[in-house]
Design a protein around this ligand. Structure first.
Ligand SMILES: [Zn+2]
Length: 201
């Protein structure tokens, strides 16, 4: 067992930082050290920011996005085209599309994809609310911006069937998304091409 380099509070900080994606124990130690050395400029503001976010975090009752206001900032934005709902698997996908500035619509976050092998059936996803939203008179099109994975595509297929009776146009991403590709990792150009070349189902 390795010796502790600091008191229990510092060890705990390193352990927690090490659980962040992309940060191993080594990087976590570096990050912790940077925080400790910059107590006033970094550590205290970060602690306050984490506290604020933790206290206010809510899931948007409309789209499933996570934000500190409810409904979320995207749903509240009056400049968005509400006739188009972009369906994504995860919040990271929503963030990726927003970063790319390629579409000015509203979203619906499923919270994953269908995966019978892992026991994820339709009841585990945010699907009933999507069907409800599809029936709202202002909604004209639903774009299924799901990952080009087997699970993503079978989820798209399932949703297309479920949405068939609602009267909206259902479209999906076409060119640009590579087979096996995940939206969160694509560059803006690829995302833009995929949005532009979406096709009706
Ligand atoms: Zn929302």
């Amino acid at each position: 067992m390795s010796k502790a380099t600091g008191g229990p509070e510092i060890e705990r900080l390193v352990q927690l930082l090490g659980r962040l994606p992309g940060l191993g124990y080594r990087s976590a130690r570096k990050a912790a050290l940077a925080l400790l050395k910059k107590r006033n400029e970094l550590l205290l503001p970060l602690a306050a920011a984490l506290n604020d976010a933790a206290a206010k975090l809510v899931e948007c009752p409309r789209c499933g996005n996570i934000d500190t206001v409810s409904p979320c900032c995207v749903c509240q934005d009056p400049t968005r085209d509400r006739t188009l709902i972009v369906v994504v698997e995860e919040i990271g996908d929503l963030w990726a599309l927003e970063r790319a500035h390629v579409i000015n619509a509203v979203y619906h976050v499923l919270g994953g994809h269908l995966s019978p092998l892992d026991g994820v059936g339709p009841e585990r996803l945010n699907i009933p609310r999507l069907i409800d939203r599809a029936r709202e008179p202002e909604v004209k099109e639903i774009l299924l911006a799901l990952n080009a994975t087997v699970e993503g595509q079978s989820t798209a297929h399932y949703l297309t069937e479920q949405l068939a009776g609602t009267g909206v146009t259902v479209s999906r991403l076409a060119q640009g998304v590579p087979i096996g590709g995940e939206l969160d990792y694509l560059d803006e150009g690829t995302l833009a091409a995929a949005i532009k070349a979406r096709r009706r189902l």
